[in-house]
Ligand binder design. Structure first.
Ligand SMILES: Cc1cc2nc3c(=O)[nH]c(=O)nc-3n(C[C@H](O)[C@H](O)[C@H](O)COP(=O)(O)OP(=O)(O)OC[C@H]3O[C@@H](n4cnc5c(N)ncnc54)[C@H](O)[C@@H]3O)c2cc1C
Length: 354
């Protein structure tokens, strides 16, 4: 089939997996990515001599069958998230933290060996070199009699079918679609939560895994914060060590140095001076990422309208599909949702072109 039939907007997991499924069926789609890096909300930082640090998606579960099948196809291994037998638990600010015993975990979480971006890299390896266009922001999509005109930063494409993989809310706020989306689709998309858009991921790499000692733990649950949850983030080989967690999203407006100071103050309470002896600190404030998050016009609840059935229909006379993790009918918002969305939209596109 022609190279010019399908254009995918966004080279996150949905976009790359869609391109992969289409290519398996003999169709080479073009992918347009605004950032200079592919991966979207999957972003592993690799540095010499430290554990790889996840700034975005990290965990998958046993029920994530589409993702697991894709990982298997691409020969990517997973390994169980280490939780230890204990957790540091801080219920209220007026009493000290405790070390509590964790019950046996009947439904463990898994991590991707080599980091979540190993999946992104494996999908990229399946593309032709000229399939992906990075650093190209799609600004407008215009319907014409014989297809859609896609206007990017400095390139225009004319194609019969476009697949958007942007979080639906971001799509409505940042891409000028003409004619406008139908009122029911637009109404839902404008009220669709972008999963983890408000989150802050923080990670500290250490030479010495001091939290792996008796009576302490890298698993932290705190109602006091600013880190509500944190986990061991050492690599599969157990040769490089790190702690990784979430920072309360309200700290998006302070400086990186202030966030680090708050984090170290909390970790020092549990681990003493060892907490300050980190070799690297990394963070991503996803709210400040314009190709993930756009400020909401009204209050939107977590996961609101994720998986809404309206996303199963194509728009603009079957020329525009709204895909992406948030649109999947099962596990929306998660990597599993992204892979399910990709499998669904690839099947729809192939059906149209058959
Ligand atoms: C902090 C954090 C933690 C998470 N943890 C987990 C987890 O543990 N487990 C899990 O399963 N999921 C997790 N997720 C969710 C997971 O990352 C997403 O479900 C998945 O990566 C979404 O993939 P996607 O391709 O649908 O969307 P995205 O990754 O958002 O991809 C959309 C792509 O479109 C691009 N784009 C945006 N605007 C334009 C434009 N105008 N023109 C061209 N390109 C554009 C973006 O740059 C991006 O690459 C987490 C997410 C975050 C942020």
């Amino acid at each position: 089939m022609s190279n010019n039939n399908v254009l995918i907007v966004g080279a996150g997991l949905t976009g790359l997996a869609t391109a992969y499924y289409l290519k398996e069926a003999g169709l080479t789609a073009q992918l347009i990515e605004a950032r200079t890096r592919p991966g979207g909300r999957i972003h592993t930082l690799y540095k010499n001599d430290t554990a790889s640090l996840e700034m975005g998606a990290t965990w998958l579960g046993a029920k994530h069958t589409f993702l697991r099948r894709l990982l298997e196809e691409l020969n990517i291994e997973i390994f169980e998230q280490e939780l230890s037998d204990w957790a540091i638990y801080e219920p209220i600010s007026t009493s000290p933290h405790q070390v509590v015993t964790l019950p046996p975990n009947s439904d463990p979480s898994y991590r991707i060996r080599g980091g979540s971006s190993a999946l992104i890299q494996a999908l990229l390896d399946k593309l032709d070199t000229n399939q992906l266009h990075t650093g190209q922001v799609v600004q407008a999509i215009q319907e014409e009699a014989d297809g859609l005109l896609v206007k990017c930063t400095d390139q225009h494409f004319k194609v019969p079918i476009v697949v958007s993989t942007l979080p639906p809310y971001l799509l409505t706020q940042t891409i000028d679609i003409s004619p406008p989306l139908a009122a029911d689709v637009l109404g839902i998309a404008e009220q669709t939560h972008t999963w983890m858009g408000e989150s802050i991921k923080v990670a500290l790499a250490y030479k010495n895994p001091f939290w792996k000692a008796p009576n302490t733990s890298g698993t932290i649950f705190s109602n006091v914060g600013p880190i509500p949850e944190m986990y061991d983030h050492s690599n599969y080989e157990k040769s490089h060590f790190a702690l990784k967690g979430f920072l309360n999203g309200s700290y998006f407006s302070v400086s990186k140095a202030e966030r680090l100071e708050l984090i170290l103050r909390q970790l020092s309470k549990y681990f003493g001076a060892a907490a300050n002896d980190f070799s690297s600190y990394e963070e991503t404030v996803w709210r400040n990422e314009p190709f993930t998050f756009s400020e909401y016009q009204s209050h939107i609840l977590p996961h609101q309208n994720n998986g809404h059935p309206i996303y199963q229909q194509a728009c603009l006379s079957h020329k525009l599909f709204i895909a992406g993790s948030e649109t999947a009918s099962q596990f929306p918002g998660y990597m599993e949702g992204a892979v399910r969305s990709a499998a669904f939209v690839a099947r729809e596109v192939l059906g149209l072109l058959a």
